[in-house]
Design a protein around this ligand. Sequence first.
Ligand code: 4FV
Length: 239
Amino acid sequence: MSLNLNNKIIIISLLPEMFQALVNYGVLSKIFSSQKVILEFINPRNFVSDIHKTIDDRPFGGGPGMVMLAEPLAQSIESAKRQLPQAPVIYLSPQGEKFDQKMAENISGNLWNNQAGLIFICGRYEGIDQRVLDLLIDREISLGDFVLTGGELALMCILDAVLRLIPGVLGDAESALQDSFSNPEGLLDCPHYTRPPVWRGLAVPDVLLSGHHEKIKQWRYKKALEITEIKRPDIFKNK
Ligand code: 4FV
């Protein structure tokens, strides 16, 4: 695979160091060390000149907390767009489209096939000036209906789910297809067992030791149905 600039992901964040957790550990660290995907960081503080490197201010209309200033963010986005002119600009926020496996597959496919790259903005404090959203942001994504102190952790979760789907990242591409929500019917995953066959008196289901692949496949599907009906009736009913 030739090294092409557009497998680049630019992250606009006040705390780029946080992403070391994603870059340096686990199966994903390989795609960064091999430069299959390139992560680049832009810190809005680089676009302010006052001695306090001020990037936030009090909200108009009063109220608690601070809001991130528009100009440093705008200059950060425009700097990223100079590198990735076709890349979508995505803001992480509770107001966004709810992230799920389908969206992970979509973003992963776009990154890998469109080669346009991706630009993400991680907010802090109460959020960012709305005019940046109105003028410069293409899409908002939410990790879930809860409030974080910043967008960084949400983005790391989203990048983990997206980048593990990049061809060649997971040892066995098959494994991604069997996962929860990834199997054709979007069911939860079946139970998994490994050695020893009997542990503290608990035996592994015989069918899994039978070597009978069709019976094993049927058993795993039956269990996935059962578990989904019990743990996620909301998914089950849409089946
Ligand atoms: C969030 C979420 C989230 C809101 C204010 C950061 C925080 C603070 N991002 N999914 N849920 N963001 O709570 O993505 O700036």
